[in-house]
Design a protein around this ligand. Sequence first.
Ligand SMILES: [Zn+2]
Length: 349
Amino acid sequence: MASQSLYRKWRSQTFDELIGQEHVVQTLRNAIIEERVAHAYLFTGPRGVGKTSMARLLAKAVNCTDPDPAARPCGRCFACTSIAEGRAVDVIEMDAASHTSVDDAREIIERVQFRPAEMRAKVYVIDEVHMLSTAAFNALLKTLEEPPDHAIFILATTEAHKIPATILSRCQRFTFTRHSVAATSSHLREIASAEGLELDAGAPEAIARAATGSMRDALGVLEQLASFGQGAITLEQVHSLLGMTAAAEVNALIEALLDVDVGAALRAVNGVADQGADIRQFTRDLVERLRSLMLFRATGDRGMLDVGEDELLTIEGWASRADTAALVEWIKLFSGLDFQLRTTPYGHL
Ligand SMILES: [Zn+2]
């Protein structure tokens, strides 16, 4: 899939490059330094948040030959480079979702008993581990009961509830969280500038919001936009690609509500209809924005908001004019609309 190539290209090669998941990085780093690496890890969390990137980093770190454990993975030694290029025979990556042949997966897991050929540790990375066949799962369980000294299993899944307790109890578990809009958009900016792509103001934030915390999705969108051709990537291009409502209309409606300006409110809603944008998506964006505003109004804490720098200023400006009780009313009103809009052909009315 072409849309994954930016993600592959910019996959982090060291712990420092990894975006987010600081709690996981910290714990794994300590384990490497103190040489207390477990035999089995379970990485859970939504797709595209860096589970397999982290698994590769860990595979590198346990095999890296840099004399300073704190500097592992160095990204330069034989182990680091061969793992990065996917040609390390001792690092076995399996996608359980596509490994349908029962015997195949079981055999691969049973081969863990053989010592590593080139490196210190033999590392198994099994993605979507909940999809393994029963036979393969049993082989895995048996191995985890008495793992050979040289073996490390890194299991990843988006559906932690499908992992049996017998496996869970033998793994050190880490929960991966979605990337914030701020982290995603700043990463998008870095990559765009390294790739010589120009992004208009607001475009990275719009992509980040649409990707709902998945860096892989965000980079996929960026790649599609880049293929459109010349010039800067505009907010309009982002919106038309993603079928999103213009953030400008959401902001205009909130302005109108704050000013109790009925005419301006109607113009904002009409603007959405004129663009042929999805009125339900507009309502959701509106509720999300009002929620941010209410949070900021109640706490005054910038850290509570998952928004880009430009929006932060807008929200700060609104907060001084907003009334908390009215905000709560509006959120109730507009979040109730989402259901009603599903059943009526007169949405914008
Ligand atoms: Zn290294």
